[in-house]
Design a protein around this ligand. Structure first.
Ligand SMILES: *[C@@H]1O[C@H](CO)[C@@H](O)[C@H](O)[C@H]1NC(C)=O
Ligand SMILES: *[C@@H]1O[C@H](CO)[C@@H](O)[C@H](O)[C@H]1NC(C)=O
Ligand SMILES: *[C@@H]1O[C@H](CO)[C@@H](O)[C@H](O)[C@H]1NC(C)=O
Ligand SMILES: *[C@@H]1O[C@H](CO)[C@@H](O)[C@H](O)[C@H]1NC(C)=O
Ligand SMILES: *[C@@H]1O[C@H](CO)[C@@H](O)[C@H](O)[C@H]1NC(C)=O
Length: 667
């Protein structure tokens, strides 16, 4: 038992540190992976596979072993992750594979646990991840256009994909080398935006497929949401329900790369929730109707550490209402209900893989059975002959959302709750119904222990407990300067594009200028009873307007118009615009053109002698916040910041850092 002192910001999660024995290779006896119209074929055998999606940089390496173990215990056969290009290549040509980006360690841990891995390289990944996983420097490659038939882009993409495939091969991580990797992915949901690129989009899809297949990775590749995926690439479904999905060739199996078991959260948005019963229904229906690979997106969502949240406006938490919550705790009854479902599906696996397709039997207006057995029909089906090998399995569905149903199936009567599937591994006994939750429901409690400030209403919802052993008597503060704070500034005439200046090293960009206001202007405004107005054609994500050091207005939105009345004094006025990004765009066509900050005309209107075009003025640029760049939030650096005790009178200030010490009882 030890007591440590830590900044509130770092009280993120506690986790068990398990030192897994990770050796260099050969987690499995080498095996080949291929596929037919029914399933993946692993070492010569068709398999029904349950996959748990989780992204290694959204947890800490200390959490990985426990998360993998919990996935396995929950019935997963496979772990699925994206590969995060902007994490692995922060500077062009300089790769990073340490810490949360130690993908080799992650893949080895998966292998050591006996699970397989589906590696979705992308390298565009969307993922509610900053810039969809693209490094921001990619914008600066001359002549580049992302995700289309564009030579500079294709060169960069190929270089990174090759790098990852080579790395995995060198580390002996493909199945045929005795590693866990059974499947890969190239691109990601490109079908959603392909039409924006016309013929060049089609060419790009063909190129991406050929490029991937040419790398000799030796395992199948998928493209998700890609109905024109070429031969030899499996086109897979993403969505809330995929039981009606048909791949674009009768030779391809039915795969579900993203089963959306929850959703992400936006600042100010609602916390999404998908009930365990509906999720289990969707999964059971998928296997009922011929599916053979299903991945939960997410099985563990985790946290967007540092500045990795995409956007705009996605929160730091990526909990996703997943079966394992952000802190690595089982989310019940979801986790347990799915575990029971997976066990039921596993009992059916021998019959599911033996049959080339299910036999359909209509049981009622909204009730149906799908039967998997090796005989050609169920006429005179002799169930006892299959014995414990259960070579006949059936799914009975009631897709009526409101009414329960009683159905007859192979001479027996079954009760089906509304919107449910019963699973009969021996075509006779129901071992699981998706609407009947047997798993325990647990209510998690999280206790906050913070000093009580009667003036800070946000704190009033927290109860102070007796157990708290230490926290500092008061909060401390330090003010953030408005505008220039460093020598690293420069001035140019005109408005520069936000990302072109920050290169995304910070969310914040200060634009600083001076406006001269004459006596005539003041008189004009007084007589007309008007105020001058700052107008910007279009802006994202957050704008703060300061005049003479005072916050005058804020605008929040994605490419919204700014019409902000302002107030000047006679003489020179400091006009400071703070442009903030809140997660770079991660979805959509033409990402390289999206950028951030301001677009179009930017002017002050309502002056006596007409509008002032602000793009003709000289502006000084300052990137970032002082506290941010001096790492004021770290244990090591924070003491240097010159903190003072927070007094009641000092609470409201525009830009202020706050800190408090408290103890963590790390039993
Ligand atoms: C995998 O397939 C390759 C190519 O067909 C073959 O040479 C190799 O022996 C196979 N490996 C295993 C373990 O079956
Ligand atoms: C940003 O910089 C690039 C050059 O790196 C330039 O091509 C582009 O026009 C700039 N964007 C804007 C909006 O100024
Ligand atoms: C994330 O932030 C922490 C704390 O500032 C820093 O130590 C770490 O290097 C950052 N990690 C990455 C990958 O940027
Ligand atoms: C069903 O199969 C078993 C085992 O092969 C056999 O003993 C039994 O007579 C068969 N029943 C019918 C009705 O054909
Ligand atoms: C803040 O709290 C102090 C002490 O409880 C009280 O005297 C004061 O009126 C409060 N101020 C406001 C603005 O609520």
């Amino acid at each position: 038992m030890g007591v440590s002192r830590a900044l509130l910001r770092y009280l993120v999660s506690l986790s068990l540190i398990i030192h897994a024995a990770v050796t260099t290779a050969n987690f499995f006896k080498p095996f080949n992976v291929s596929y037919d119209h029914r399933a993946l074929i692993i070492d010569g055998k068709r398999r029904m596979l349950i996959s748990a999606g989780f992204h290694y940089p959204r947890a800490t390496p200390e959490m990985w072993p426990d998360l993998i173990a919990k996935s396995k215990k929950g019935g997963a056969d496979v772990i699925q992750t994206y590969v995060f290009w902007n994490g692995h290549e922060p500077v062009r040509g300089q790769y990073y594979f340490e810490g949360r980006y130690d993908i080799i360690k992650f893949v080895k841990l998966v292998g050591a646990s006996g699970l397989y891995l589906h590696l979705r390289i992308g390298p565009y990944v969307c993922a509610e991840w900053n810039f969809g996983g693209f490094p921001v420097w990619l914008r600066d490659v001359p002549g580049i256009e992302f995700r289309t038939d564009n030579v500079p882009f294709k060169e960069e993409m190929e270089r990174f994909v090759k790098k990852i495939v080579k790395l995995m091969q060198e580390e002996m991580l493909f199945s045929w080398q005795g590693g866990p990797i059974i499947m890969l992915q190239i691109e990601n949901e490109y079908g959603d935006i392909e039409s924006a690129y016309h013929q060049r989009g089609k060419e790009y899809v063909k190129w991406a497929a050929q490029m991937a297949l040419g790398l000799g990775a030796g395992v199948p590749w998928v493209m998700c949401k890609q109905s024109d995926a070429p031969d030899n690439i499996i086109n897979a479904c993403n969505g809330y329900y995929c039981d009606g999905f048909k791949p674009n060739s009768p030779n391809k199996p039915v795969f579900w790369t993203e089963d959306w078991d929850g959703w992400y959260t936006k600042w100010g948005g609602r916390l999404p929730h998908r009930p365990a019963e509906d999720l289990a229904f969707a999964v059971a229906r998928f296997f009922q109707r011929g599916g053979s690979f299903q991945n939960y997106y997410m099985y563990f969502g985790g946290t967007n550490f540092n500045r990795t949240s995409g956007g705009p406006f996605y929160v730091t938490s990526y909990d996703y209402d997943a079966p394992i919550d952000e802190y690595g705790l089982l989310s019940e009854p979801k986790w347990g209900h799915l575990k029971d479902l997976h066990a039921a599906i596993k009992l059916c696996e021998p019959a599911l893989v033996a049959a080339d397709s299910p036999q359909y039997i209509k049981l009622g207006p909204k009730q149906e059975a799908h039967v998997y057995h090796v005989d050609t029909n169920t006429e005179g089906l002799n169930l006892t002959q299959y014995g414990s090998q259960s070579r006949c399995s059936a799914f009975l569905a009631n897709i009526d959302e409101r009414k329960a149903a009683v159905v007859r199936f192979l001479g027996q009567t079954y009760h089906l709750p509304p919107w449910s599937v019963s699973i009969l591994p021996d075509c006779r006994n129901t071992v699981f119904n998706t609407a009947k939750v047997g798993a325990q429901t647990s209510i998690k409690t999280v206790e906050f222990e913070l000093p009580l400030f009667s003036n800070i209403s946000a704190c009033q919802q927290f109860t102070v407990h007796d157990e708290v052993s230490y926290f500092s008597k008061s909060w401390m503060t330090v003010k953030e300067p408005i505008g220039i704070w460093s020598k690293k500034i420069f001035s140019v005439q005109g408005i520069l594009e936000h990302l072109n200046v920050t290169k995304d090293h910070s969310d914040y960009l200060w634009y600083i200028t001076r406006i001269y206001v004459s006596d005539d202007d003041i008189t004009f405004w007084e007589e007309k009873q008007v105020r001058p107005t700052l107008t910007i054609d279009s802006m994202r994500d957050v704008l703060r307007v300061f005049i003479n050091g005072q916050l005058t207005g804020s605008v929040i939105g994605r490419w919204v118009k700014v019409v902000q009345p302002v107030r000047f004094v006679q003489g020179y006025n400091d006009l400071v615009l703070l442009s903030e990004t809140v997660g770079l765009q991660n979805y959509g066509a033409f990402l390289e053109k999206d950028g951030a900050g301001f677009r179009g005309q930017i002017k002050l209107t309502g002056f006596k002698n007409g509008d002032i075009d602000l793009s003709t003025l000289s502006w000084t640029y300052q990137v970032g916040l002082k506290g941010e760049f001096s790492s004021i939030y770290t244990v090591e650096e924070n003491e240097k910041a010159g903190w003072s005790d927070l007094t009641v009178d000092a609470i409201p200030a525009t830009f202020t850092w706050y800190k408090v010490y408290l103890s963590l009882n790390m039993g």
